[in-house]
Design a protein around this ligand. Structure first.
Ligand code: HEC
Ligand code: HEC
Length: 246
């Protein structure tokens, strides 16, 4: 048994320690493990990834004018920041980016973007690295915007499937795409436009179902490109709502 005086002393000590915090302060959250310092190369790669997402978003919007400046950054990477001994992969990436810069229609821009992303993936595989990529939050909204955000997350996963490269991310993305519905009656357009748009939506879903079965990187790149061109097709007709900015 502890002597009462000693117990009171310990209690007081405990109170002084906790007393340092305000009494209403929530318990301190467990501290996240310190991030390991990143190499300059890893930082550079993360910048590439953000830049690749800018190109991907411009293609999805059907905004050809925004594709070129975004892709130009990737067409001319700082050579000394790229890993050594992988010149052919760097060349594949920059070629894809250059073709995206020069593309004169959205399908060509989408195909070039897909080739570029495939080259990111082949280099990662060749050098035995499997980057962990961040995904975006899905705000809890419904309606057309909610469906669109589901689409966005699905195509982001497909992009990641190409870049990592990862079979499971590819399958996750294509399956999410195949099942994310957009009921044409929800579209904020008149019925004539709605009739025109419905087949596009159906085509995007059909492509996703087929894409889920593929394992070959080039075939996957082809599906990714067609899918993005499908998104762009609809958005371009809707330029006032969410398409290329004038
Ligand atoms: C020449 C080969 C090569 C090419 C091309 C390449 N990468 Fe990488 N990537 C690497 C290597 C090697 C690493 C590991 C870097 C490290 O951890 O130091 C890496 C890591 C990454 C990472 C993880 C960084 C981190 O946070 O640790 C991301 C993201 C990434 N690459 C994205 C891309 C994207 C997007 C492209 C194409 C636009 C691309 N990479 C093209 C070789 C390449
Ligand atoms: C059938 C036509 C159609 C197709 C196909 C389509 N979209 Fe959309 N998208 C729209 C419309 C209409 C809006 C505008 C919605 C609004 O703001 O009310 C929109 C808006 C968006 C937005 C912006 C949502 C926001 O935050 O306001 C994103 C992101 C988006 N689409 C992604 C995609 C992606 C990715 C694809 C292809 C996988 C795609 N969409 C395919 C019609 C379409």
């Amino acid at each position: 048994m502890m002597a009462p005086a000693l117990r009171a002393g310990l209690l007081a000590a405990a109170l002084t320690i906790t007393g340092a915090q305000s009494p209403v302060a929530p318990p301190a959250a467990p501290r996240p493990p310190a991030e390991p310092p990143r190499s300059a190369q890893a930082e550079y790669m993360r910048a590439h990834f953000s830049q690749a997402l800018v190109v991907h978003a411009a293609v999805i919007r059907g905004d050809l004018a925004a594709v070129a400046p975004a892709a130009r950054v990737l067409a001319d990477p700082a050579r000394d920041a790229m890993p050594a001994g992988a010149a052919s992969h760097v060349a594949g990436m920059t070629r894809g980016a250059r073709e995206a810069v020069e593309a004169t229609d959205i399908l060509a821009a989408a195909q070039a973007t897909a080739r570029m992303l495939t080259a990111c993936g082949t280099c990662h595989r060749a050098l035995g690295t499997m980057p962990a990529l961040a995904t975006r939050e899905r705000p809890p909204v419904g309606g057309v915007v909610g469906h669109m955000l589901d689409h966005q997350i699905a195509v982001d996963l497909m992009l990641q499937g190409l870049v990592v490269p990862s079979d499971s991310l590819w399958r996750q993305g294509t399956r999410a795409m195949a099942t994310a519905p957009l009921h044409p009656r929800e579209l904020p357009v008149d019925s004539a436009v709605r009739r025109e748009l419905a087949p596009t939506e159906a085509r995007v879903h059909r492509l996703a179902t087929e894409a889920a079965q593929t394992t070959d990187p080039a075939a996957r790149a082809g599906f990714y490109a067609q899918m993005l061109a499908g998104c762009a097709d609809c958005h371009q007709r809707h330029a006032k709502i969410w398409g290329p900015k004038p």
